[in-house]
Design a protein around this ligand. Sequence first.
Ligand SMILES: O=C(O)CCC(=O)C(=O)O
Ligand SMILES: [Fe+2]
Length: 521
Amino acid sequence: ESFTSTTHLTHLFNTEVELSKQLQSYLKVEYERLDRIEKFLDVIKDEIRQAQGKEEIYFGNPVNAHLFIKHLTVDWYGIEEIVFDDTSKTMADNYLFPSYEDYTGSAVALMRLQDTYKLNTSEVANGEISTNYKSRKLSALECYDLGRIAYTNGDYYHTLMWMQEALDHLDKEINNTSPSRVDILDHLAFSTSQQGNHEHALVLTKEILRIAPDHVRAGSNKIYYEDLIQKKILNGNSDSSDFKSTPTIKKMDNINIKNQRPRDYLDEREKYEQLCRQNGSSINTKRQAKLFCRYRHNNHPYLILRPAKEEQLLDEPVIYLYHDTVRDNDIQVIKDIALPRLQRAVLRRAVVQNPKTAQLEPAEYRVSKSAWLRNEDSPVIARLSRLIEAVTNLSMATAEDLQIANYGVGGHYEPHFDFARKTEKDAFSSFGAGNRMATWLTYLSDVEKGGATVFIPTGGHVKPEKGSAVFWYNLYASGEGDYNTRHAACPVLIGNKWVGNKWIHERGQEFRRRCSLDPMA
Ligand SMILES: O=C(O)CCC(=O)C(=O)O
Ligand SMILES: [Fe+2]
């Protein structure tokens, strides 16, 4: 028998040694694979534990909303690839997952909130933006990933903020999933040089070379930055003027670091965001003195026993706030009808021209989901129409259906008019009832932070209050549009915002609101 030959057994023994090595490395890879799955499972189990039963509060924090979407997209893509059995296929076939665009979109929304409400990156990253709607502290990798999204979008302003934050977190954590210091520094150096900080870029590049002396790109960048700095000294300091006038200055190694937000397509951005940050309208005492409250019944049977609580909020344009117009129970009925329709709705995206570059770029000028509700859908909706008619004295016969809009975190609607301009001839032709004469906007939720309705030209600021409604005329009695009605829905910082819009058209109002020949009356 050949197997009894000692020589042969010795030879076979080598096979066993090799087998042991192979199995060992197979096991190692397998353990690593299982370890990754287990770590991911721990993260999402923790998320479930935190959110379950209080989803509204949990997802009302933009950081939680972003991390959640991240788990179901990029993090899950990584796991999906290493789950061998049918689990991943079954999941993909039977469940709805968010898309990669949802992931980057939620990051962009987070950065928009940072800008609008002037939040420090560290406040956001350390879970300090709300005490009621808590979020945890982000890891260095999570900060780095946010920086990467900004970087990929060519947004060096936010790249700088988030890569700096990643670096700060890296110093405080010992973790085998941390990003490498060199990678962070590399992104930081590039983006800070793009913002015109060549001295800062040089300091960071030298730091890369200290850690990794053979880093090729850093080696050539060092020469490049030194050269730029030398030229700048020779030519006298000249600053790039592509930025807004108020710079963000940070000090580092005695270098002033500029990180200025680039201008975008919206000229009124600064005024708009300023109004969003305010607590109330910016009107002086003289204007304030003209405003008053009253009970309004218009001798209308609907209002005799329960007059509307009317508060004039603004003089120009005249805006009224009506308190307690819809009960909580009725609001729930409205939301229940709207919800399935909202789930099918898609987020709108628009393309606008950047005045600086003349380039068309995507602008998420309106981030909300909306659905239409007809009077026939529920007695609650029909009752709301009757209330509006009684309070405003306007005919609801030609009004549009009730539009329900739901804004999640970061959801907003940038400055716009509700009426159609002369150049938009066909805007509301399908209604056959003329232009949008007036707007009745009902708030169907409170909002913890942000989400105000602001009137940009004259400084109006309305804080959403569940059940209250605002009303204003978009057109003068002459039919001319009132440009002072330009308004916006500020981004929701914390919470969830629901509104119901009722647009009242010109036709049918001939005897209720008389025309005038004076274009401004
Ligand atoms: O949601 C808001 O506060 C304003 C909404 C609005 O202006 C609109 O839908 O036209
Ligand atoms: Fe509007």
